[in-house]
Write a protein that binds this ligand. Structure first.
Ligand code: P5A
Length: 437
């Protein structure tokens, strides 16, 4: 992509309404634009990152055996009356009337709808287990939308729903998601600690929130200091290895970690306790038959008896993750994207666009990158060098490659690693080989 043609409205000034760094950088780097309170339009570069995050989530869900569907954003109130949640959900639910004065709503979550879909089709234990997920926009009329996409009213969520014959099987489904979540966050360069959590309006008695420690986090959390050093990606564990997975789950959940509502000071020695703030990037629930019972989701078991299925639901805050990644990875100059989610791998800076040599060298590098499938943002604008460096640091691409007349005389480019700040002068060929790796 050529910077001169890209719709990338970077801002020099810090927007007043933005209280935390990720929100400031998202606005300044031209990733999103607020259209009403807590509702955002995604501009090209922000949308590119959002799609990368979504794709990582999708791949890890698929690997765990979950299957992707897509349910609508608009739901019928009748569904929610059936489960009994329509009145409980309160003012967070955006209620709508259609032209026939039928009560509809913009879905804040999909337990009811997926249970109805499941119950329509699945009648036998032979069709279990099932785990269905979608990645879809949700609406919650939050009382205090804030911190940009972190607490929006409209936001993108991955929500999965598992169906099993027994409680034991449902626990296995829960543990599979638990592992899939650890792996998902790790791929984005994040460490999300699973913490015992309250179940709120979703219900049930077993639940974990996945929390990234950050000073700007909305909630206070409590964890054993061992979490800080621990590698938590469950390396080598197979989803099919039920015992191995269970042992790993038990090992991790035996290390103390709790959100505010669940914290019990008597359960941990104060000398081991870390109190911090955290960002909730995922939340998983086991709630047994809370929805399947009222919504009649039953299957025949091997004896011919009708059994109500056991369910869980599993959410990842896909749009919130962009904010969380920036909170976890930035400096005073701007964003530092982890390579896996970066909108482009390389920022190619032409220091002197009116110099034929610089132009030619940059055009060649740009073409080579495209040929090799390396994502590059080529700053071909007629701007001062200082402006170009500032913008590149702000948008935070992992690598910067700078071409100027002086370097070209020696046949070299300057390559900078955005994260470490390390710069080196290398031949253009060597730079290409390094960056193609
Ligand atoms: C689990 C999936 C649920 O809704 N039902 C389906 C369950 N859980 S949850 O904890 O309420 O939400 C799941 C994740 O969505 C993100 N999230 C939000 N992101 C941005 N703005 C919001 N207002 C918002 N509310 C929830 C969080 O990451 C949460 O963990």
């Amino acid at each position: 992509m050529r910077f001169s043609e890209y719709f990338l409205p970077t801002l020099r000034d810090v927007p007043k309404e933005a209280e935390i760094v990720s929100h400031r950088y998202m606005l300044r780097a031209g990733l999103v634009q607020q259209t009403s309170a807590g509702i955002y339009a995604w501009l090209p570069m922000g949308y590119k990152v959002l799609r990368k995050i979504e794709q990582i989530v999708r791949e890890e869900q698929d690997k765990s055996g979950a299957q992707e569907v897509l349910m609508p954003t608009i739901q019928s109130a009748d569904l929610w009356k059936k489960s009994g949640r329509y009145d409980d959900y309160g003012q967070e639910m955006l209620r709508i009337q259609d032209r026939h004065e039928r009560e509809m709503l913009f879905g804040p979550t999909n337990e009811e709808m997926i249970t109805e879909i499941f119950a329509t089709h699945v009648k036998s234990y032979r069709d279990l287990p099932k785990n269905l997920y979608h990645i879809q926009w949700k609406f919650r009329d939050e009382i205090r939308p804030r911190f940009g996409v972190m607490r929006g009213r409209e936001f993108l969520m991955k929500d999965a729903y598992s169906f099993d014959l027994t409680k034991e099987d449902a626990k296995y489904a829960y543990q599979k998601m638990f592992l899939a979540y650890l792996r998902t966050y790790k791929r984005m360069g994040l460490k999300a600690i699973p913490m015992a959590a309250d179940t709120g309006p979703i219900g049930g008695d077993l639940s974990h929130e996945f929390i990234i420690l950050a000073d700007t986090g909305e909630s206070e959390v409590f964890a054993h200091k061992d979490w800080l050093e621990k590698d938590i990606t469950g390396q080598g564990i197979q989803y099919s290895d039920r015992e191995g997975l269970n042992a790993y789950y038990e090992e991790l959940t035996s290390i103390y970690a709790a959100t505010d509502d669940k914290h019990d000071p008597s359960a941990i020695d104060a000398s081991n306790l870390v109190t911090a703030r955290g960002i909730e990037v995922g939340h998983i629930f086991y709630f047994g038959t809370k929805y399947s019972e009222p919504m009649n989701a039953r299957v025949q078991d091997s004896n011919g008896d009708m059994v109500t299925v056991h369910m869980g639901s599993y959410g990842v805050g896909v749009s919130r993750l962009i904010g969380a990644i920036i909170e976890a990875s930035h400096d005073s100059e701007g964003i530092i994207w982890p390579e896996e989610v970066a909108p482009f791998k390389i920022g190619l800076i032409n220091l002197k666009v009116d110099d034929a040599g610089c132009r030619e060298a940059c055009e060649k590098i740009y073409a080579d990158c495209q040929e090799q499938g390396i994502e590059v943002l080529y700053d071909d604008r007629d701007e001062r060098a200082g402006t170009k460096f500032k913008d590149m640091d702000l948008i935070g691409l992992p690598w910067q490659m700078t071409i100027g007349p002086k370097g070209l005389e020696k046949g070299v480019a300057e390559v900078k690693n955005r994260k470490t700040g390390e710069k080196s002068e290398v031949s253009i060929e060597a730079a290409m080989t390094k960056l193609a790796a």
